[in-house]
Design a protein around this ligand. Structure first.
Ligand SMILES: *[C@@H]1O[C@H](CO)[C@@H](O)[C@H](O)[C@H]1NC(C)=O
Ligand SMILES: *[C@@H]1O[C@H](CO)[C@@H](O)[C@H](O)[C@H]1NC(C)=O
Ligand SMILES: *[C@@H]1O[C@H](CO)[C@@H](O)[C@H](O)[C@H]1NC(C)=O
Ligand SMILES: *[C@@H]1O[C@H](CO)[C@@H](O)[C@H](O)[C@H]1NC(C)=O
Ligand SMILES: *[C@@H]1O[C@H](CO)[C@@H](O)[C@H](O)[C@H]1NC(C)=O
Ligand SMILES: *[C@@H]1O[C@H](CO)[C@@H](O)[C@H](O)[C@H]1NC(C)=O
Ligand SMILES: *[C@@H]1O[C@H](CO)[C@@H](O)[C@H](O)[C@H]1NC(C)=O
Ligand SMILES: *[C@@H]1O[C@H](CO)[C@@H](O)[C@H](O)[C@H]1NC(C)=O
Ligand SMILES: *[C@@H]1O[C@H](CO)[C@@H](O)[C@H](O)[C@H]1NC(C)=O
Ligand SMILES: *[C@@H]1O[C@H](CO)[C@@H](O)[C@H](O)[C@H]1NC(C)=O
Ligand SMILES: *[C@@H]1O[C@H](CO)[C@@H](O)[C@H](O)[C@H]1NC(C)=O
Ligand SMILES: *[C@@H]1O[C@H](CO)[C@@H](O)[C@H](O)[C@H]1NC(C)=O
Length: 393
């Protein structure tokens, strides 16, 4: 079924007129398509350091660089590199170099800055002046260390990171902060051998906590939205109080597990990666096309969650690269999804605006920041699975 569909789509697309000129068999056209969609995403924004529309849209700012840095790596287009650098350096003192209390940002913001630094470390993002490129991993570690201290101080549920709303004294723990922390420390464990032991330990603990408290269920391999203290005894084990599924939640835990498998080679991490990969592919792909499910569908069009699936695509690309024998399961799906998204991206008078109905080849007149971002991330994700493309860019 996947093959038939792909052949049909490829044929159709060959005759389709869109200003993004996308051809899945030509990496240069995919790069151009990613470039056009990032331009659409940011062209009307104020990128002077205050960064509208990101700052008005509910996304942690670091997420933007976790997407623009891989874009640079996949395409070689350095247009946004100075913006990335300026923004990262602008929070060096207030976030990366601050105490947890001093930073005074929500946990989701904080961990997202850590992931942005990790994205930079992973691809040797340039650092001008006499600073070494390798310094990025120290920025990421600064976040990892501080979050580890917060986790261990948690009185409720024996650890874990509170969600933003109950950060100070609440009892709820969300997938975003906990999944992102797990992914962050797993990536550091792989990227920085001298501190491997410490970060493997952090990642082991983060996984165990997630499993013990019902965030990740290793029987059916689901990841829940929220866990909380619902027990009637002190010492409290938490359970899932909201089992909504979000694509990026699976992406964070899945790619974290893949990093752990890559760094440890252990059967346990292999099983965890496989289990989450199975449930992710079963849950978030319909007819080979990436979909958000549950709360994440069209009813929340302008909610930040719209762009989660593009981040799942980036996570899947990293799994395919880290565990080559899983690439066969992943790459064809990213490929079909990229083709399907491209078909939605011929809206508006410039014929580059993306709709949201990826199952339909006709632009559905539903433009949004999140849809554009998804398209850019999906194109980038597919490129990341196609080898080192930056040569000659
Ligand atoms: C580019 O695309 C082609 C065709 O899809 C693919 O076979 C190739 O491996 C890709 N990567 C590079 C680095 O050319
Ligand atoms: C790099 O991106 C910029 C901004 O989107 C674009 O104007 C430029 O043409 C791109 N460069 C290449 C070589 O594609
Ligand atoms: C394409 O058109 C859309 C909708 O009119 C607009 O928001 C976007 O900025 C345009 N793209 C560019 C690169 O100007
Ligand atoms: C976002 O940045 C814009 C542009 O500088 C600014 O006008 C706006 O107040 C900022 N919004 C928030 C929520 O900080
Ligand atoms: C933080 O401060 C220390 C000491 O002043 C400095 O060496 C380090 O490079 C700074 N930056 C980060 C990201 O830790
Ligand atoms: C967990 O919840 C129960 C019941 O609400 C409460 O008695 C207990 O103190 C809580 N445990 C912690 C550590 O907050
Ligand atoms: C958290 O503590 C603050 C004061 O420190 C209090 O005003 C607020 O009601 C508390 N919130 C919860 C959910 O307990
Ligand atoms: C995990 O999933 C299984 C199968 O759906 C279910 O029976 C079990 O109750 C779940 N465990 C927890 C802790 O929710
Ligand atoms: C994942 O799916 C494959 C194929 O159905 C199956 O063989 C494997 O046991 C599954 N892995 C886990 C951990 O559930
Ligand atoms: C770890 O990832 C690299 C590619 O980044 C790959 O070459 C290597 O085979 C992987 N190791 C394992 C144990 O999967
Ligand atoms: C695809 O979109 C077109 C135009 O909006 C609509 O007429 C058609 O019914 C849709 N097809 C499917 C299969 O949803
Ligand atoms: C990709 O190719 C470029 C240009 O040849 C090179 O500078 C870069 O180191 C390569 N990256 C990787 C990860 O091999």
């Amino acid at each position: 079924m996947g093959f038939r569909q792909l052949a049909w789509r490829a044929l159709f697309l060959a005759g389709c007129v869109s200003a993004i000129d996308f051809n899945i068999n030509n990496n240069e056209t995919i790069k151009k398509s990613a470039t056009v969609e990032f331009e659409n995403l940011l062209v009307n924004g104020v990128l002077d350091g205050t960064l509208s529309p990101i700052n008005d849209s509910g996304y942690p700012e670091g997420m933007l660089y976790s997407s623009l840095i891989p874009y640079w790596s996949a395409t070689g287009n350095a247009t946004y590199n100075s913006l990335i650098l300026m923004r990262m350096e602008s929070v060096e003192t207030s976030v990366f170099n601050a105490t947890w209390k001093g930073a005074d940002v929500p946990t989701s913001e904080y961990v997202s800055w850590g992931l942005a630094a990790m994205a930079a470390a992973d691809v040797d993002f340039p650092f001008p002046g006499d600073r070494k490129k390798s310094a990025w991993v120290f920025w990421a570690m600064a976040v990892g260390y501080k979050l580890d201290m917060i986790i261990n101080r948690g009185a409720v549920c024996d650890g874990g990171l509170y969600d933003d709303e109950s950060q100070k004294n609440g009892t709820e723990f969300d997938w975003f902060s906990n999944g992102a922390y797990f992914q962050l420390v797993s990536r550091i464990a792989l990227a920085f051998p001298p501190n491997k032991g410490t970060f493997i330990n952090y990642a082991d603990n983060a996984w165990s906590w997630s499993e013990k408290n019902g965030m990740v269920n290793t029987t059916d391999w689901t990841v829940s939205q929220m866990v909380s203290n619902t027990t009637t005894v002190n010492g409290s084990t938490c359970t899932a109080v909201d089992t909504s599924r979000w694509s990026y939640a699976y992406g964070l835990y899945l790619s974290g597990a893949a990093h752990m498998y890559n760094v440890t080679g252990s059967d346990t991490w292999r099983t965890r990666t496989e289990g989450l990969l199975n449930s992710t592919l079963d849950t978030f792909f319909v007819n080979n096309i990436l979909v958000e499910v549950g709360n994440g569908s069209a009813s929340v069009a302008n909610h930040p969650s719209i762009a989660f699936k593009g981040f799942l695509a980036l996570c899947l690309a990293s799994v395919a690269n880290l565990i080559p024998d899983m690439a066969d399961q992943i790459v064809p799906l990213l490929k079909d999804t990229a083709v399907a998204v491209a078909e939605q991206c011929d809206g508006s008078s410039n014929q580059t605006v993306c709709g949201s109905d990826w199952g339909n080849s006709t632009y559905n007149n539903d433009p949004s920041f999140g849809n554009t971002w998804n398209a850019a991330n999906v194109f980038t994700s597919y490129l990341l699975t196609q080898g080192n493309l930056t040569t000659g860019a």
